[in-house]
Design a protein around this ligand. Sequence first.
Ligand code: HEC
Ligand code: HEC
Ligand code: HEC
Length: 147
Amino acid sequence: MKRLFASFLILIGLMGMASAGEIKSSLAPVVPKAAGEAHPEGNEFMRINHMKLMVHDRDDTVLLGDRNVKYSLKECVACHAVMGPDARPVSVKSDQHFCRTCHEFAAVKIDCFQCHNSLPDADLVKKLTMLPQKDRELAAYLKEVTE
Ligand code: HEC
Ligand code: HEC
Ligand code: HEC
């Protein structure tokens, strides 16, 4: 009887999680999977704080060459590269681009890519991701651009 009660509780728990998942997936934007190591700070932290990590004083950076940021936008777009239908990484012109998935959803506009490249740098991708099996398309692309 005790065991039966325990399985009942587990079942209720699972059902609760499943329906919570359903609610979440229909309301939240679909964020594409990334390559390489996940953030030690965790996804939740990154979702909330990523914009603060990359703040730089544009005048200082552009005019004085002062690099007052420790996070790299080049690295963001490298690990978070998204492959388009032609098996090449998409630029920020595509609404599939990592930085646009949530922004579109939250109606956020950023102008970062007026100066920064939204396409991943092949060497940097290689360095940061060491090609986990996750991304065969990315591997194929790298092979193509580096050969
Ligand atoms: C070394 C590779 C790497 C770099 C560099 C990197 N990320 Fe990530 N990021 C990941 C991985 C792996 C995850 C885990 C999510 C996943 O499985 O796709 C993640 C998760 C996130 C998430 C949460 C996504 C979600 O599903 O909620 C955000 C937001 C994010 N990163 C933003 C950034 C930004 C902004 C930068 C640059 C400052 C950056 N990342 C640099 C690999 C990277
Ligand atoms: C997991 C969803 C998500 C992803 C992925 C994401 N962002 Fe954001 N970003 C947001 C949300 C939501 C806001 C608005 C937060 C607010 O208004 O408080 C935001 C705001 C920003 C802002 C501040 C905009 C402003 O006007 O203040 C910058 C800059 C930014 N994101 C950069 C990036 C870059 C660069 C990437 C890709 C490397 C990226 N974000 C990917 C969700 C995301
Ligand atoms: C007016 C041009 C300009 C704009 C707009 C701009 N940046 Fe930059 N940014 C620079 C320059 C120049 C550097 C220094 C050169 C470099 O390291 O790429 C830099 C450096 C950085 C760096 C550190 C270097 C690296 O590896 O990425 C980050 C992070 C960064 N910018 C994020 C952003 C974000 C986020 C936005 C949008 C909110 C933005 N930038 C908008 C010009 C700009």
